[in-house]
Design a protein around this ligand. Structure first.
Ligand SMILES: Cc1cc2nc3c(=O)[nH]c(=O)nc-3n(C[C@H](O)[C@H](O)[C@H](O)COP(=O)(O)OP(=O)(O)OC[C@H]3O[C@@H](n4cnc5c(N)ncnc54)[C@H](O)[C@@H]3O)c2cc1C
Length: 416
């Protein structure tokens, strides 16, 4: 009988933040303030990014999460900042937003690391898109043509040039694209860095404190009802990812959004197995080398509702894609395998801005781009809540784009 007692894999368990980045002593919670300038529901990268920027502007800000920081999609993410690599036909407005955010990333990273004292493993080697064989080359060429039409920095490489950049790739590799501007970061240290930077700017972070409802008076949002009591606020931001409708639907606002499950895993590379020096993207998977020899393999895209299970099919898809790309992966130890819910709107783009209810704004729907879009979202809400309006590409992502115009006939008063 085999002895499984030494197995340490715990399916579903995510990679944790490094221990030395713990934010607040477990179980400790600040006192509930009587009133703040801004109350935010959700401490993922989006809620924390907004909170951090507003606290840095001298506002009093409270962020509430029913779990620990990043426990939603944020700590499930790979951390690709892949504006060019993942650009899809029809996504031109989103591309503008993604490129604006990508341009903000170096400064955002610098400030985040300086204020938190945490190295977030930002890497700028670029992303290498790979065609594993001749069949995939044509589809990759189509992607390259689209990238060129959009003026993106994307360099076509033949098979030899591709393997010269990543010698560990399978010998059948037939071509590639190098997107030099698509960098990466590690969400494991990024989430606690955001939490720490937010708290150091005077922000109040309430973990394990569910928001139960938006507090309203006279048709306007006036705060958040939480498990720890009422937090009155001049402005309220709903940033609780794919769960936004739990809080906003009772107010008569419908956010067209669903969870898209992503399963991912991490492997431990060694000197013998070798690792990668770029993020490698194939039709099936992406591979992102992190600190300490870790290699993150992501991610499935599954429309399964709120079903968080790690499945055999998900693991198979990841392992199959891995095997096709990187032969030495057979010897790599599996460290963890997990799932997360991307908050995905009907057009795959974020929903940012006003809701039609005075005092209530929404920041959700960041789908597979929440890490990439964290800087621009923080900046856009800083503009909105200090100057009253957003600027730049962020202005095109309001909830009103989903509201259907009322048909002319429906406007005709009865009897006419
Ligand atoms: C497998 C996978 C890989 C990904 N890879 C990438 C990538 O490489 N690059 C990239 O840019 N993006 C990536 N993403 C997408 C990215 O993770 C998300 O877009 C981003 O994390 C969304 O952040 P958020 O703060 O809006 O939501 P979340 O991180 O989901 O945060 C929402 C928070 O709200 C809390 N909450 C919910 N309800 C309540 C309530 N009632 N009261 C209080 N708190 C509440 C939750 O506990 C949670 O912490 C990936 C996602 C997945 C799943």
């Amino acid at each position: 009988m085999a002895d499984y007692s030494s197995l340490n894999l715990d399916p579903g368990r995510r990679l944790a933040a490094p221990e030395d980045t713990s934010m607040v002593p477990a179980g400790e919670r600040p006192d509930m303030p009587t009133q703040v300038d801004v109350a935010i529901a959700g401490a993922g990268v989006i809620g924390l990014s907004i909170g951090w920027r507003l606290a840095a502007r001298g506002m009093s800000v409270a962020v509430f999460d029913r779990d620990t920081t990043g426990a939603g999609a944020s700590l499930a993410a790979t951390g690709m900042l892949a504006a060019a690599a993942e650009h899809e036909p029809g996504g031109d407005e989103l591309l503008k937003l993604a490129l604006e955010s990508q341009a903000l990333w170096p400064h955002y990273r610098q400030m985040l690391e300086a204020e938190s004292g945490i190295d977030i493993d930002y890497r700028d080697e670029g992303t290498l898109l790979v065609a594993n064989n001749r069949d995939e080359v044509e589809r990759l060429r189509f992607r390259h043509e689209l990238q060129q039409r959009c003026g993106l920095d994307a360099q076509w490489l033949n098979a030899r040039e591709t393997r010269a950049l990543e010698p560990g790739l399978r010998a059948s590799v037939a071509g590639g694209i190098l997107c030099k501007g698509d960098h990466q970061v590690d969400p494991r240290p990024m989430v606690p860095a955001l939490a720490r930077a937010f708290v150091r700017q005077g922000g109040l972070l309430f973990e394990n404190t569910a928001v139960t409802a938006v507090d309203t008076a006279g048709g306007a949002a006036t705060g958040l009802q939480t498990a720890a009591g009422l937090c009155k606020a001049k402005s309220v931001v709903i940033a609780n990812g794919v769960w936004a409708n739990d809080l906003i639907e009772p107010l008569g606002v419908d956010v067209p959004m669903r969870p898209l499950r992503g399963q991912a895993m991490s492997l431990i590379t060694t000197r013998q197995t070798g690792t990668l020096s770029h993020v490698v993207w194939t039709e099936q998977i992406h591979l992102a080398p992190k600190r300490n020899g870790r290699l993150v393999v992501g991610a499935t895209v599954e429309d399964m509702g709120f079903h968080a299970a790690v499945t055999a099919g998900g693991a198979l898809a990841l392992l199959e894609g891995l095997h096709r790309a990187l032969p030495s992966s057979e010897e790599m130890e599996v460290e963890a395998i997990w799932s997360g819910f991307r908050p995905t709107s009907d057009d795959d783009a974020p929903i940012m801005g006003e809701t039609g209810i005075p005092g209530l704004t929404l920041a959700t729907g960041h789908h597979r781009n929440g890490i990439l879009l964290a800087p621009i979202t923080g900046q856009a809400f800083e503009q909105l809540l200090t100057a009253g309006t957003m600027q730049g590409a962020a202005t095109g992502f309001g909830l009103d784009r989903f509201r259907k115009p009322v048909p002319a006939a429906a406007k005709v008063p009865a009897g006419e």
